[in-house]
Design a protein around this ligand. Structure first.
Ligand SMILES: [Zn+2]
Length: 76
């Protein structure tokens, strides 16, 4: 019986796709060699997960906190 193997060739277990530049990278790569972005684990669709950007998260939270404190200080 002939094996088509189209899906295996399209989404091989040993590679994943970078969510930033869509380049195929090794499944255990933590940084994309093409665009140097941090990438996470391989998902079910053969894409790499985007890790949470904690730095941007904290900066955003601090900006909101500063705004709230400023508004309270300025108007109350
Ligand atoms: Zn990339």
């Amino acid at each position: 019986m002939e094996k088509t193997g189209i899906l295996e060739r399209e989404y091989p277990d040993s590679s994943k796709k970078c969510p930033e530049c869509y380049a195929y990278v090794s499944a255990d790569a933590k940084v994309c060699p093409s665009c140097k972005n941090r990438i996470g684990k391989r998902t079910a669709y053969g894409m790499a997960d985007t890790p949470i950007n904690w730095k941007a998260y904290i900066v955003c939270a601090l900006a909101w906190l500063t705004l709230i404190v400023y508004v309270k200080w300025a108007f109350f």
